[in-house]
Design a protein around this ligand. Structure first.
Ligand SMILES: Cc1ncc(COP(=O)(O)O)c(C=O)c1O
Length: 358
C-alpha cells in the first residue's frame, strides 16, 4: 500500500551506496587519512566554549566571514552546506523540476544524477573521451541541442582524476543558457581554480568542500560561491540551521589552521604521484593520471583483486564489470603505511613477485 503512494521518480531511484565495514585502511571515499592529530585537540578545545543548548548560527556568519577573507570574496557570495552534497541539492531544488534537464559528463560523481531524479528532473549524460579525457566539442554540441537549465562540470573529476582546461570551462559558461556549476571538491590537490570568475559570470557557481583536502568529512561542511544574485536564490531554499554548531566550530578551527593542512596536502600530492609510478610498474594495472587525492586504476581480475583487498580489511572503491568503469578500482591516497599495504596486496592478488619500493 505504501509503495503505491511513492512518487514515480522515487520508485525507480537507485540510492547512493555506502559500504560500512571494519577496515584497517579505509581508502574508498577520498577522505584525508593524513590529518594531524593536533587538529583534533584544537577542535576539542574550541568545542568546550560552545553553547550546545542553543541552535546554531543559521547562516554560518562567522564561518563565511573567515572564508570570505581567505578567498577575497564578500560573505554574501558564500553559502555553507551540510557537505557540498546539500548545495548540489539546493541548486537543483531552486532550478530543476519535472521536465527540466541537467547536463553532466560521465563517469562522474553520482549525486548530481541522484539528486536530479529526487527533484523530478532528468539527466543528460555526455561520455568522456579516450582515457576519460573531457570531450569538449561533443559536450558543447549536446549542451546547445538540449539547452539544460543546469550544467555540472567536476574539476578535477571523481572518479577519473582528470581535469578540464580553464579556457574550455570559460567557453562553456559563456555558451550556456543556464547555470554552470564547477565542482572543485578536489581543488587542493590540483591547484587551479575558477573561483575568480564568479565576479564576472552571474550564472556560475563554484562548489568546494572541507571533506577532502581539509580532512573534515565527518563534520559535513561544504560551500558554494556565486554572484550575490544567484546566492539570493539559493538562500531561499536553504533549510534553517543546516550546519550544526559542532561542525561550524570544527570548520572554523580547520580554516584557521590552513598552513598545517596545506603541508599535509603537499605530502599527499607527492605520495599520489609516487603511487601512480609504482602502480604503473605492475603488470595488469593501468593508472589514469589523477589531479585528486585518489588514483583510478584499470585492473585485470578487478573483482578478485578488490575481494583480496577487502579480505585484508583494505577498502577501495570497485566499479563492477559493466559500463565505462568496468574493471576499475579507485584507491584513495592514504598514509604511507596504508599505501604500502595496498601495493603489497595488489601485487599478491595479481601474482607479482618482483620487488617494488613504495
Ligand atoms: C566531486 C565531488 N563533489 C562533491 C562531493 C561531496 O562532498 P561532501 O558532501 O562531503 O562535501 C564529493 C564526495 O565524494 C565529490 O567527489
Amino acid at each position: 500500500m505504501i509503495s503505491n503512494l511513492v512518487k514515480e521518480n522515487i520508485k525507480s531511484l537507485i540510492p547512493y551506496e555506502v559500504k560500512e565495514c571494519e577496515t584497517v585502511a579505509k581508502l574508498d571515499a577520498n577522505e584525508n587519512n593524513n590529518v594531524d592529530y593536533l587538529l583534533n585537540q584544537k577542535i576539542a578545545k574550541a568545542l568546550m566554549e560552545l553553547k550546545v543548548n542553543q541552535y546554531p548560527d543559521t547562516d554560518c556568519c562567522e564561518l563565511r566571514r573567515i572564508l570570505g577573507k581567505q578567498l577575497r570574496l564578500s560573505p554574501q557570495q558564500l553559502l555553507i552546506g551540510c557537505g557540498s552534497d546539500q548545495i548540489i541539492l539546493m541548486i537543483l531544488q531552486a532550478f530543476i523540476g519535472a521536465g527540466d534537464k541537467i547536463l553532466i559528463h560521465t563517469p562522474t560523481f553520482g549525486m548530481y544524477k541522484i539528486s536530479t531524479q529526487i527533484v523530478g528532473g532528468s539527466t543528460i549524460e555526455v561520455p568522456l573521451g579516450e582515457d576519460f579525457t573531457f570531450d569538449y566539442y561533443n559536450f558543447v554540441k549536446v549542451m546547445k541541442k538540449e539547452a539544460p537549465k543546469v550544467v555540472f562540470l567536476t574539476n578535477p573529476n571523481n572518479p577519473t582524476g582528470g581535469v578540464i582546461p580553464r579556457e574550455q570551462i570559460i567557453r562553456i559558461i559563456e555558451h550556456a543558457n543556464g547555470i554552470v556549476v564547477i565542482d572543485e571538491a578536489y581543488v587542493e590537490f590540483y591547484g587551479e581554480t575558477v573561483l575568480d570568475l564568479v565576479n564576472y559570470y552571474p550564472n556560475l557557481i563554484v562548489l568546494r568542500t572541507l571533506s577532502k583536502g581539509y580532512g573534515l568529512a565527518g563534520a559535513r561542511v561544504g560551500y558554494g560561491v556565486a554572484s550575490k544574485e544567484l546566492m539570493g536564490i539559493l538562500y531561499k531554499v536553504k533549510p534553517p540551521y543546516n550546519i550544526g554548531s559542532l561542525s561550524q566550530v570544527a570548520a572554523k578551527v580547520c580554516l584557521e589552521n590552513k598552513e598545517m593542512l596545506d603541508r599535509v596536502i603537499k605530502e599527499i600530492i607527492i605520495e599520489r604521484d609516487k603511487m601512480a609510478d609504482v602502480l604503473s610498474d605492475i603488470p595488469d594495472i593501468k593508472v589514469y593520471k589523477s589531479h585528486g587525492n585518489f588514483l583510478l586504476c584499470k585492473v585485470g581480475k578487478a573483482k578478485e583483486v578488490y575481494q583480496h583487498l577487502a579480505d585484508h580489511k583494505v577498502l577501495v572503491r570497485y566499479f563492477g564489470e559493466e559500463g565505462p568503469l568496468k574493471g576499475c578500482i579507485r584507491i584513495t591516497i592514504g598514509t604511507k603505511e596504508e599505501n604500502q599495504l595496498v601495493v603489497k596486496l595488489l601485487m599478491e592478488a595479481l601474482g607479482v613477485t618482483k620487488e617494488i619500493a613504495v
